[in-house]
Write a protein that binds this ligand. Sequence first.
Ligand code: ADP
Length: 459
Amino acid sequence: MITVYNPANGSIVGEAPELSGSEVQAAIDRTFAAFPAWSRRLAKERGDLLRAWFEIVRADRSAFAEIMVQENGKCFSEALGEIDYGLGFIEWYAEEAKRVYGDTIPSHAAGASVLVFKEPVGPTAAITPWNFPFMMICRKIATALAAGCTMIIKPSEETPLTAYMLLDYARRAGIPEGVFEMVTGNPKEIGELFTGDERIRKISFTGSTAVGKLLASASGATLTKMTLELGGNAPFIVFDDADFDEAVAGAVAAKLRNSGQVCISPNRFYVQDAIYDRFVAALAERVGAIEVGYGMRDDFVVGPLINQGGVDKVAALVEDARERGARVVIGGKPHALGGFFYEPTILADVDDDARMAQTEIFGPVIPIYRFKSEEEAIARANNTEYGLVAYTYTRDLGRAFRLSRKIEAGMVILNSGSVGTASVPFGGVKHSGYGREGSYYGIEEYVDVKYVLLAGLDR
Ligand code: ADP
């Protein structure tokens, strides 16, 4: 068994099965066996089952949130927020199942008809991370099932309890074995079983760029379709014409969610010269007032990082930035609570050569860079191999439009610190991956387009 620890205090929360290769193989076999019947079910029936699952999970959202606080460390209110976000996908795709429309195309040949069908790609697999243990699973499985695909999921071994609880509720709602399977064990071996199996026609992965590239190249041999939602290095650009208070509030909300362990967490704050000092001071006042602690309480607190590796990485990046001249405004070291807690940190005058300018920090650290012109801000924002999301604050419409065109990212968020919901296409460009999740774009990833020419019948 895999032991699951509480990152806030090291206590044992529970355990999950460490499956052998043949057990994983058996689960893949069930996913394959269940596909023909599932894909032939009426779209409404598939939608109804998703909806039934949505209802019983929603009725127990507090129980889910408690498990998430314990195995992930996020606070209770954030866990509830994640649950509502994740449930939004189940609800959206329960409805969307009925709207996977095909096409008819004016025929190029006399007496013929041209039809376009959208057919489920087949059995699918997904690998999910620990930072959103609930939402990531909902986002992938709801889309797959709505499209008529079956899916096997390997959740993160750091947070398998939320995952198995979701599976349990899916069974209770009537979602059959094989249609939704779950496995935990050795990630590398399970990944190889997924990518090496011809029968799995699509893999959806959210996690690090390194593992995403590994999976993408391994699936080259089987030409398996991929959706990859990988690392980010989000810029957060504040112009001097911005609504100052909104920008400060947006920065805090976007950054401290999940203790900064989010792929869309702002990783580089660019603040225009004229408001730079005021912004740093205002942010320090806001962030300094936020408590750090255990998550089982109703108000917002910054929780621990997921493990010692996370703390070491953050500490090394902060140290490197300091050596290159960054000024510690607040924080800058592991928190007095000990364990995996790290102080919310603001670094001013960070140098573009600091390692954190090119590395996903994944911790509660706000590095602030100074800029002068719009062109400079855009160039520096784009100076990264990643391209997931960019946040910008400005009230100048022309500038807002130019930024939304020129920023290299899958998502550009103007004057808000909030990105995701079920109805929008989530995903990146460059080394942040490809494919989209959410909205009607998301379901396109799970269907194949089939062109049918009906000739010779109209005689
Ligand atoms: P993170 O740094 O967020 O943990 P990872 O990419 O390591 O990112 O993990 C995301 C998911 O990928 C987890 O479920 C993890 O178990 C899985 N994973 C890690 N290494 C591999 C691998 N070699 N093959 C397949 N999956 C992997």
